[in-house]
Write a new protein. Structure first.
Length: 210
């Protein structure tokens, strides 16, 4: 009888872009892993040894129900407990802008992992700029879909801002992409000004400079 393998679980488009940056069989830490959807996909599709940290108890419960090794924790407080070079890939998806100290968090990620994959909404997108210019108020967009008084995003940045922080921490950019309003993916290295203006979100894979 022919045996077939179970297909990898379906994954949100931005998480799939992150998954494509992860090496098969890697040791992975997903910080702010939510319900564990990305970790579950990576375990099935790439046979990774995955771990996760999630702030919300509901997220932890959902991830554990998937059979994943996820603990409750806070990126601002608990990353210092992890030893250096403990993972091949450390992921921070749509979370850095919600941390209290993004610089310290990113520094810890670069210490813990050989490679760091970070995604975030781009505050330099043209729609954000236009709404600020036209209304003089904090914009609400598809990527930033909550009013300023309800959002968890306390340190919004542009692509250029993030790359400036990465450089200040001694990180090299191995790969970077943006996603535009139509869901099209663009290589950041090709046209930086274009990426910062038209990307609603960005994903970068970093490593420590030798």
């Amino acid at each position: 009888m022919d045996q077939t393998t179970n297909p990898a679980p379906a994954l949100r488009a931005d998480l799939l872009l992150i998954a494509n940056m992860v090496a098969p069989g890697a040791r992975v830490l997903d910080v702010g892993c939510g319900d564990g959807a990305l970790l579950a996909y990576l375990a099935e599709a790439k046979n990774v040894d995955g771990r996760g940290i999630e702030l919300s108890q509901a997220g932890v419960n959902a991830a554990v129900a998937r059979g994943l090794a996820v603990v409750q924790g806070d990126a601002d407080q608990d990353l210092s407990d992890y030893p250096s070079n403990a993972f091949d890939d450390v992921i921070l998806s749509q979370t850095i802008q919600a941390t209290r100290n993004p610089k310290a968090v990113l520094a810890d990620l670069l210490r813990i992992g050989r490679r760091v994959i970070v995604s975030f909404p781009n505050f330099g997108h043209w729609e954000v700029r236009l709404k600020l210019l036209g209304t003089g108020r904090m914009p609400v967009t598809r990527a930033l879909d909550e009013p300023w008084y309800e959002t968890q995003n306390i340190h919004l940045c542009t692509i250029r801002d993030f790359l400036g922080l990465a450089d200040a921490l001694g990180a090299s950019v191995d790969h970077g992409v943006t996603v535009d309003r139509r869901g099209r993916v663009h290589d950041v290295s090709a046209r930086m000004a274009f990426a910062n203006l038209f990307g609603i979100s960005a994903i970068f894979r970093l490593s420590r400079r030798a």
